[in-house]
Write a protein that binds this ligand. Structure first.
Ligand code: PA5
Length: 469
C-alpha cells in the first residue's frame, strides 16, 4: 500500500487570513520565492559535493542492517535498555520512542515489543540514583547503550563511569564487556579509546554528522530497533521527503516554504517559534526540534564574520494541555510568535465518549463523539482563536503517526534547518557557544589543563554573600 505523505499547510500565515500588518502578502511571498530558489540549488549542490553528510543517512542501508543485526543478537539477553547520552545523543531516541511505541510501553508487558527503554540525558543524582537502585539486581538482563560522538561530554562520561564501576563490581570484566554497546566516532575520541580497549560492541556516529542531525544514524536507530520500531520504514519515509525537499520549485518544496516562512516572520518581529503538537506521540519531537533549531540557528556571527546575534527562539507546547496554560499569552500577549501545529488525522486508537450523567445535560454535546474529534476540534478552535488575534499559524498534517511519517518529519525539519541557516547566512552546523559551557564544567571539576579557565570562572561562580537575600 502506498504510504501517505505529511503535508505543510501555510495559508494561515498569509495576509489574506491575518491581514497585511501581520501576514505574508503576495508581494512578500514572491520575494521569499526569489531569495530561496537559489538556496534550493545551493543545498542540492552542497549535498552532491558531500558537504552535508546527514542527508545521505536515509540511503545508508548498511547502517540499518548493522543495527538490526546487533538488535537481533541482543534480543534474548535484554529486558532493559538504558541509553546514556545528552543533546543530539539522546533527544532523537526519546522522540522516536514516544512517537512510535505505545504510551504504556515500559509498564505493560503486553504492549511491549522489546526491552523497557530508559534514556538518561542528565546527571541529576537523585534521579539516576533511584534508577540505579532499581536496576542493580537486573544488570545481567540490561544493555547500556552509551552514546557520545566526542566521548568527552562530562554528563555522559560521568554516567558511564558510574555504570562501568557498577558492572565491574556486580558482573566482573566480562559482564562489563557484554552489557555495554558504545555508539561513538569511528576513529577518534575518548569513548572510541575505551571501546577499543575494553572490546565493547560498538556502532558508529558517521563522520561529519553533528549530534543534532544524527537521529537517522545508529545513534537513534539502535534503541528504536531494539524496541521493535520499524527502522526501515523510518528511513524510507526520510528518503521520500528527500525527494520532496530537493525539488527546485519553491512552491512544491515543503522545507523551502517552511524555512522561508520562518525567516520572514523572524525579520518581521515574530522571533519566537512555537511548535504545538496535538498528539502525545509527537510531543518529544518538539523537544528534538527545539535543539535542532536552537543550536543550528542561534549564532553570534554570520558567514562573513559580522556580528549578527541571530536566531528564532523555539518553544515547545502541547495541545490541548497548554491551551490551559499558554494560550492566554499567545492570543493577548505580544504578537511576536509563529505557531506550528502538528495535527494527526487518524490516531492509533480512538475512544467513544459515553452518555453524560442525567444531572449534567450540558455535557450531552460530547455523547457519542470520538475522543479524536474532540482533540482535533481543540486544535482547530485554538488555531481559529489565534488567527482572530492575527497570529500566523502553520500546520504539519500527519494522516497517521507511523515510522514512515516520522521519518518524513525528521528529515523535513533537518533540511528546513539547513534552508533557514542559509537564509540567515550563518553556519548551521557548528555550536561554538555550547563548547564554552562544556569546558567551564571541566574547569570546575578540576580537569588538568583547565586551571586558567578555573581561575577566570571564579568571580562569576562564587556566591557573594552581599547579594544573597
Ligand atoms: O548536537 C550536538 O552536537 C550536541 O547536542 C551533542 O550531541 C551533545 O553535546 C553531546 O555530544 P557528544 O555526543 O559528543 O557527547
Amino acid at each position: 500500500m502506498p504510504q501517505l505523505q505529511i503535508r505543510l499547510y501555510y495559508k494561515n500565515v498569509t495576509a489574506e487570513i491575518i491581514g497585511e500588518e501581520n501576514g505574508i502578502t503576495p508581494k512578500q511571498m514572491k520575494s521569499l520565492h526569489q531569495k530561496t530558489l537559489p538556496i534550493i540549488k545551493q543545498l542540492n549542490r552542497e549535498r552532491q559535493e558531500g558537504k552535508t553528510p546527514y542527508r545521505d543517512l536515509p540511503f545508508k542501508t548498511e547502517i540499518a542492517d548493522k543495527v538490526k543485526g546487533l538488535a537481533a543478537e541482543l534480543e534474548d539477553q535484554c529486558e532493559n535498555l538504558v541509553v546514556l547520552g545528552i543533546g543530539g545523543s539522546a533527544l532523537g531516541n526519546i522522540a522516536l520512542q514516544t512517537a512510535l511505541n505505545p504510551f504504556m510501553y515500559n509498564l505493560d508487558d503486553k504492549q511491549r515489543k522489546g526491552p523497557r527503554l530508559f534514556v538518561f540525558d542528565n546527571v541529576d543524582p537523585a534521579q539516576f540514583g533511584s534508577f540505579l537502585d532499581w536496576i542493580s539486581d537486573k544488570l545481567d538482563k540490561t544493555i547500556f547503550n552509551v552514546i557520545s560522538k566526542s566521548g568527552r561530554t562530562a554528563e555522559t562520561a560521568g554516567q558511564f563511569v558510574i555504570v562501568r564501576e557498577l558492572l565491574l563490581d556486580k558482573l566482573g570484566p566480562d559482564g562489563l564487556k557484554n552489557q555495554v554497546v558504545a555508539t561513538t566516532d569511528p576513529a577518534k575520541g575518548t569513548l572510541r579509546k575505551i571501546t577499543d580497549e575494553t572490546g565493547f560492541r560498538c556502532l558508529e556516529v558517521p563522520d561529519g554528522v553533528g549530534g543534532r542531525f544524527s537521529v537517522l544514524s545508529a545513534v537513534g536507530l539502535f534503541s528504536a530497533a531494539m524496541c521493535g520500531i520499524d527502522i526501515d520504514s523510518i528511513l524510507a519515509g526520510a528518503r521520500d521527503m528527500d525527494a520532496r525537499v530537493s525539488i527546485e520549485d519553491f512552491y512544491k518544496n515543503p522545507a523551502a516554504i517552511n524555512a522561508a516562512v520562518n525567516y520572514h516572520f523572524y525579520n518581521h518581529g515574530k522571533k519566537i517559534s512555537v511548535m504545538m503538537p496535538y498528539s502525545y506521540a509527537l510531543k518529544d519531537l518538539s523537544d528534538w526540534y527545539r535543539q535542532l533549531w536552537a543550536e543550528s540557528l542561534g549564532k553570534a556571527k554570520d558567514l562573513a564574520g559580522n556580528e549578527v546575534h541571530i536566531g528564532p527562539t523555539p518553544v515547545k507546547a502541547l495541545g490541548a494541555t497548554d491551551q490551559h496554560s499558554q494560550v492566554q499569552l499567545y492570543r493577548e500577549g505580544p504578537n511576536d510568535k509563529l505557531f506550528t501545529f502538528l495535527q494527526v488525522n487518524n490516531f492509533d486508537k480512538d475512544i467513544k465518549i459515553g452518555q453524560a450523567p442525567d444531572c449534567a445535560p450540558e455535557l450531552g454535546f460530547l455523547a457519542g463523539k470520538d475522543l479524536s474529534a474532540l482533540f482535533n476540534s481543540e486544535k482547530k478552535a485554538t488555531e481559529y482563536a489565534l488567527l482572530q488575534s492575527k497570529r500566523p499559524c502553520l500546520t504539519v498534517v500527519f494522516d497517521k503517526v507511523n515510522a514512515y511519517s516520522i521519518g518524513q518529519f525528521i528529515y523535513l525539519y533537518e533540511v528546513t534547518t539547513s534552508f533557514a541557516g542559509a537564509l540567515f547566512g550563518i553556519n548551521t552546523y557548528d555550536q561554538p557557544a555550547v563548547e564554552l559551557g562544556k569546558e567551564a564544567t571541566f574547569a570546575l571539576m578540576g580537569r588538568a589543563g583547565y586551571e586558567k579557565l578555573a581561575q577566570q570562572i571564579q568571580p562569576f561562580t562564587e556566591l557573594d554573600g552581599d547579594f544573597l537575600v
